[in-house]
Design a protein around this ligand. Structure first.
Ligand SMILES: [Ca+2]
Ligand SMILES: [Ca+2]
Ligand SMILES: [Ca+2]
Length: 216
């Protein structure tokens, strides 16, 4: 008999098994899944050993136990570097006559996203210059930050975290557009530049700077 892949998943066409180790949980030795094949013969003719046929390159992060069929990670995975893997697994019996027989299956592994990246602003520092008599609701500048994660882990919301105690400035949480919303006063040195922040969880702060030329 040829070894036959067990129910599910490993699939008639050799397809299957989408498992999802997430980034943070996979510092190493994470059990991803167990593949299992059966063999209708007896003795060595049914003694199955598993191996990865494409263990090189990015797939090096996975290994398979030849006896148990347990596939696990050997080190961290990073979704931002490699989002999905396709392993080619072979199950081979140890028959001698006429020789070992084998079957292969494909295991697809998708890596779930962890929120392991903070948003990054497009600039280290934004500088704007507005006249003291700027009309309320004038646009000052627009900041943008991007996040390498995925889905809600990559959503960026902007807010002003300091320097806006008088409420002169407003930032649109979605677009990052910063407006002056009430009259400014050059002599009021308490008007420090607003520090902007983006959320969620992995926030980072940005030291903004706002020049305020004196009204003539
Ligand atoms: Ca990552
Ligand atoms: Ca991530
Ligand atoms: Ca993030």
């Amino acid at each position: 008999h040829l070894p036959a892949w067990g129910p599910c998943t490993y699939g008639a066409g050799g397809g299957c098994a989408s498992v999802s180790p997430n980034e943070r949980g996979s510092r190493g030795w994470l059990h991803v899944l167990t593949v299992r094949a059966t063999d209708g013969d007896a003795g060595a003719n049914a003694d199955l050993l598993y191996r990865l046929l494409n263990a090189g390159g990015p797939n090096e992060v996975f290994e398979i136990d030849p006896r148990s069929g347990v596939i696990r990670t050997r080190g961290p995975v990073d979704r931002e570097a490699v989002e999905a893997y396709e392993l080619l697994v072979e199950a081979a019996d140890q028959g001698q006559e006429p020789g070992p027989r084998s079957a292969t299956a494909t295991v697809r592994i998708a890596v779930e996203d962890d929120n392991d990246n903070a948003p990054q602003f497009s600039e280290k520092r934004y500088v704007a210059r507005v006249p003291e008599d700027v009309a309320p609701n004038s646009a000052v500048l627009r900041v943008t930050a991007t996040d390498r994660d995925k889905g809600s882990n990559a959503l960026v919301h902007y807010s002003i975290v300091s320097g806006n105690s008088r409420g002169h400035f407003y930032i649109d949480a979605q677009t990052g557009a910063l407006d002056v919303v009430s009259p400014l006063d050059y002599e009021d040195t308490a008007q420090r530049p607003p520090g902007l922040c983006h959320r969620p969880r992995l926030g980072a702060q940005w030291p903004g700077l706002l020049h305020l030329p004196r009204r003539r």
